[in-house]
Design a protein around this ligand. Structure first.
Ligand code: NAP
Ligand code: MG
Length: 404
């Protein structure tokens, strides 16, 4: 066999938990390391090691990502009460994704991998719809109260000189009620806008953005204005040159257009819209195992991962020695995404080409009818065959070898 492909700069490798940790090693052993002389700066974000390092390893991995510009991450457990006892944790460590996102100030883009034989629940969707979710503020950092009948609720803002501005929310007269205070920060909205514009240029796709600015004339309108100002000042020319479009509309109009569309664009969403719509889009496209995710920082740092979690139920089966059929596609595409980006940044065409071929071999395997259980249920191919976790990777490798 030919010599292995060389890398000049490392990628940051963030290992993880449970079934995805098993798959992680298999992907490296079967599909990457036989072909690439992998240079990675390795961080073990498995819960055992996070607990040993008091979660310092998560912070270190995020800082390394800033340094090298490209990371690939395995799914990780976000601890809850049950995990405290299962792993004998010192603390209920925070979500690694949250920690990394905060350090990189990034935006998450989620996109489905489309294959023949699996028709989205909306059959008109022929191309991926990528959702970008603004991950700061709004209802996720709210302040809310139950209010007794007879109360008057006001918004009060005290400026730095101590001057108060008040605005009536509601006078409760005849019934108890509820109130909620939301905020966002112009700098965060601007970072979100730039990440979206950059990613649209990067992937040569149109960008859609929507809010309810007709009803929310200050709050939502500020999102609209910041996007438009940044677009006009920094991106309009680049979009024209790339032949792509930035398109703003009302959120309800956007939903109607998305449903009628054939896909192939990025849909930027406010925090809540992104939470809800990304689950809707993921479900309609089919399996969680086919959904990729990339965190992009405003200064162009990329962290690739699968959108799904650690697939706990399959892991417990695996521990009992039972056969599993876990879909590794999104995790494979996290690797190929990172290797392609590394290749692009380092002018390493060989590395990018390898990653492209690995993606093609993966898709070809499924389109040849060889797939894991989650896809087997959805596929309308006649010659379909369900394989186990490991055999799926070996089947991909058979096709990859033919392409290299
Ligand atoms: P999950 O791991 O995504 O799995 C939920 C269910 O979806 C699975 O039980 C399985 O269904 C199906 N599924 C997901 N990925 C699949 C794949 N690759 N192949 C086949 N089926 C797949 O979500 P969860 O069970 O809610 O969470 C498990 C752990 O993951 C939690 O500790 C959570 O904190 C963590 N998590 C991490 C991330 C991340 O690191 N980005 C994201 C989400 C959750 P069936 O059981 O019906 O086969
Ligand atoms: Mg959600």
């Amino acid at each position: 066999m030919a010599d292995k492909i060389q890398m000049t700069t490392p990628i940051v490798e963030m290992d993880g938990d449970e079934m995805t940790r098993i798959i992680w090693k298999m992907i490296k052993d079967v599909l990457i390391c036989p072909y690439v002389d992998l240079k990675s700066d390795y961080y073990d974000l498995g819960l055992v090691h996070r607990n040993e390092t008091n979660d310092q390893v998560t912070i270190d991995s995020a800082n390394a990502t800033k340094k090298y510009g490209v990371a690939v991450k395995c799914a990780t457990i976000t601890p809850n009460a049950q995990r405290m006892t299962e792993y004998d944790l010192k603390e209920m460590w925070k979500s690694p994704n949250g920690t990394i996102r905060a350090i990189l100030d990034g935006t998450v883009f989620r996109a489905p991998i489309i294959v023949k034989g699996i028709t989205p629940l909306l059959p008109g969707w022929k191309k991926p719809i990528t959702i970008a979710r603004h991950a700061y503020g709004d209802v996720y950092k709210n302040s809310e109260m139950k209010v007794a009948d007879g109360s008057k609720a006001e918004l009060v803002v005290t400026d730095k000189d101590g001057n108060e501005t008040r605005q009536l929310i509601h006078t409760f007269n005849g019934s108890d009620g509820i109130i909620q205070g939301l905020h966002n920060i112009n700098g965060s909205i601007a970072s979100f806008a730039r990440a979206c514009f950059n990613f649209a240029l990067d992937t040569k796709q149109d960008l859609w953005f929507a809010t309810k600015d007709t009803i929310s004339k200050k709050y939502d309108h500020t999102f609209k204005d910041i996007f438009q100002e940044i677009f006009d000042a920094e991106y309009k020319e680049k979009f024209d040159n790339a032949g792509i479009e930035y398109f703003y509309t009302l959120i309800d109009d956007a939903v109607a257009r998305v449903v009628r569309s054939d896909g192939g664009y990025i849909w930027a969403c406010k925090n809540y819209d992104g939470d809800v719509m990304s689950d809707m889009v993921a479900t309609a496209f089919g399996s969680l195992g086919m959904m990729t995710s990339v965190l992009v920082s405003p200064d162009g740092v990329y962290e690739y991962e699968a959108a799904h979690g650690t697939v706990t139920r399959h892991y417990y089966k695996h521990l009992k020695g039972e056969e599993t059929s876990t879909n590794s596609v999104a995790t494979i595409f996290a690797w190929t995404g990172a290797l392609k980006k590394r290749g692009e940044l380092d002018n390493n065409a060989e590395l990018s080409a390898f990653a492209e071929k690995l993606e093609k071999a993966t898709i070809k395997t499924i389109e040849d009818g060889v797939m894991t259980g989650d896809l087997y249920i959805l596929s309308n191919l006649e010659n379909k065959r369900k394989v186990n976790t490991e055999d799926f990777l070996l089947e991909i490798n058979n096709r990859l070898k033919e392409m290299l």
